[in-house]
Design a protein around this ligand. Structure first.
Ligand code: B12
Length: 388
């Protein structure tokens, strides 16, 4: 919360803390207050102006959904006129996405199936019914294995949405389909377990575990897989793999045996341990060494390849900055809940289904963004424009 106060407010952090066994004292209430001010103001802005030149970014469908999760985490139901407006806005977003997917399911949502699932989950937690045809698109995506865009994270988020609908007795006409889809999600996640124990990768494991924990009757196989995954997570924690606040916020509920589905009836009275802020003791002042990282953008003409010198411990973002200072290299970012997202390289913007993928040579996609990834001496980092 401290670190992010100057940047974008992040409802996921509030949700993570509320579902953890810890309590950050008055800071939590203050954070929620800032979230409310910010989201309500942007709602008012979007209601009062059709001005396309409005420079302040409006929350996306997924961000609105996370905000609704934050309200539930504080045991609030949306009910007021302002709240109703939020709900209709989110329902409107879902309808637009449903149309983008289309009757034959061949189209793609403008955002992603991840945000689609998250939005259904958020409305369900507030006991707001969404049309069967909206839920139907997510069911179809899960029923058809070959469907693109279904990472473990996305599958788990869909599973959380279905579990909520099932427990809340919503969309009863689709009850059987929902129950089958939950099974499918379970199977898929279990199949994605790596030899170390993660479901997908280390950062998709928290959401996958959140989903698996919602099972009412877990099989023995599932129980064993979850234990293995938890052990792998604890090991990754010890190796300081969790640095990004967003992924930490998805992990905190798991460490407290909770999932987002618990927000159906959150317990705001449960005793919690007061969190003491840990002051990081500065490590012994050693002068960091200079390391060399090769930065490569082969897909442009003429191709770019340069060795950049930075201090050991620098982030990939520091490497990009340094390269930009040297000249010829240029890049652009956009703030997101996960941190700065690389949007353009050498003036080439990723558009539509494209994105700038981060890879470590020879061909390994990074599991962290530019602000969190710290390259090692001698590494080559490639930026590649790909479709997802
Ligand atoms: C969908 C998605 C994508 C899509 C985003 C495009 C789109 N139209 O939605 C694509 C496939 C392009 C993508 C790309 C990447 N992703 Co991604 N992505 C996700 C996913 C499944 C959902 C994000 C979301 O919608 N959140 C909800 C909305 C409300 O939040 P938001 O902040 O407004 O969402 C935006 C950002 O999340 C941004 N985004 C997506 N991924 C990433 C990753 C980073 C590091 C950053 C800074 C931003 C970012 O795109 C979203 C839409 O605009 C998450 C899963 C998760 N568990 O959170 C992974 C996730 C966030 N991604 C991850 C990673 C590693 C990446 C890449 C760095 C992979 C790579 N090697 O290139 C790239 C980003 C590179 C860059 N250019 O900066 C990791 C981050 C782990 C970490 N340590 O922080 C996650 C957790 C997946 C995982 N399990 O590994 N991603």
């Amino acid at each position: 919360m401290d670190r992010l106060s100057l940047e974008q407010l992040n409802p996921s952090i509030y949700v993570g803390l509320r579902l953890s066994g810890l309590q950050a004292g008055p800071k939590e209430a203050h954070y929620l207050h800032s979230l409310k001010l910010s989201y309500q103001q942007s709602l008012l802005r979007s209601a009062s102006s059709n001005d396309k030149s409005d420079s302040e970014a409006k929350p996306s469908m997924g961000q609105l959904a996370l905000y609704l999760l934050a309200l539930r985490a504080n045991c609030e139901f949306v009910g007021s006129r302002k709240g109703d407006r939020l709900v209709s806005q989110l329902k409107g977003f879902l309808e637009t996405e449903k149309r983008a997917i289309g009757h034959n399911h061949k189209g793609h949502p403008h955002t992603s199936y991840y945000q689609y699932g998250l939005s259904i989950l958020a409305l369900c937690l507030h006991r707001k019914r969404v049309h069967d045809s909206v839920v139907g698109k997510l069911l179809y995506a899960i029923e058809h294995e070959q469907h693109p865009d279904l990472s473990v994270d996305t599958t788990a988020m869909a599973g959380l949405a279905f579990s909520c609908l099932e427990v809340s007795n919503l969309n009863l006409n689709q009850r059987d389909r929902i129950a089958l889809a939950i099974q499918r999600v379970q199977e898929r996640i279990l199949r994605a377990q790596t030899p170390e124990g993660h479901f997908g990768n280390v950062y998709s494991t928290p959401l996958a575990l959140q989903f698996l924990m919602t099972s009412l009757k877990p099989t023995e196989k599932q129980g064993t897989a979850c234990l293995k995954a938890k052990a792998a997570l604890l090991d990754s924690l010890q190796h300081k793999a969790f640095q990004n606040p967003l992924v930490i916020s998805q992990l905190l509920p798991v460490l407290n045996q909770k999932s987002y589905v618990a927000l159906i009836s959150p317990n705001c009275q449960a005793p919690k341990v007061i969190l003491e802020t840990v002051k990081e003791t500065p490590s012994q002042t050693q002068v960091p060494e200079v390391i060399h990282v090769t930065l490569k953008v082969p897909s442009i003409f003429p191709p770019y390849k340069h060795s950049i010198s930075v201090l050991d411990g620098s982030s990939l973002e520091d490497v990009l900055k340094k390269a930009q200072e040297h000249g010829r290299f240029r890049y652009g970012t956009q703030a997101s809940l996960s941190g700065p997202y690389l949007t353009s390289v050498m003036g080439k913007k990723a558009e539509g289904p494209e994105y700038w993928q981060l890879l470590r040579a020879p061909n390994i996609p990074l599991l962290q963004g530019i602000a969190d990834y710290r390259p090692r001496d001698g590494e080559t980092i490639e930026l590649r424009l790909v479709r997802w």
